[in-house]
Ligand binder design. Sequence first.
Ligand SMILES: [Zn+2]
Length: 260
Amino acid sequence: MVFSWLRSRRRRNLLAEPYPVRWDIFIDRNVAHFKLLSSPEQDKLRDITRILIAEKRWQGRSGLFVTEEMKVTIAAQAALMLLGDDHGYFRRVRDVFVFPTEFRTPRREDDWEDDFLSETPLAGQAVYRGPVLLAWDEVHSEGTNPAKGTNVVIHEFAHQLDYVDGLSDGTPSLGDRALESRWREVLNAKFEEHCRAVALKRWNPLFTTHSADNEAEFFASASEAFFCSPAQLKQTYSEVYQLLAAYYRLDPLMWYVGHR
Ligand SMILES: [Zn+2]
């Protein structure tokens, strides 16, 4: 209780400071979603961005120095996910590690407790109860072009939301039994459908083959589609769209069809 009171006071003080207006240049340049938002949403996104930048520890890896522009570009994309519900500002994530480009790290799948580096170079990774790792070149190219349909920042932070309840199972904590059971039913059915389509090499390109690995990957990819290709997601997986809209308390399709 005391901690949460202190935290809210710190946030209030932070937001009472003048907004660093130069951040708008970075957001304008690198976060294409920003222009789609209504003006109150833009203000909210600025606030969330400030909180995420202040509360996370930002570290460069592989010789990269994390600039203010990088922090703003990453935090503003993650902030899109918190516009409807703040989800505790990704409270469990203390560190964001930024690499210049694709990187290899020890991975859970490859026994990541030991020191062997992953065989596969990664653009992002979300460590359970740990940091988010991101490749800056990928963050930048997807931030400027949501039409690509993929977004590594949204993907990795979606994993972190999934981890909050202690399980990496594609079902984040929803705080509602009925919604949770519907979620499992719908997401699992769609996940299995996707796995079958991948096996037949006829999958919907909204989802990658990687999202057939498990339900957690499917949820992370569905979140990317929700924010980057909402029209296609709603058209082809309308129940998944509706569940994500209930969870994020957002309707990103409105951003794309225009409501200003
Ligand atoms: Zn993933």
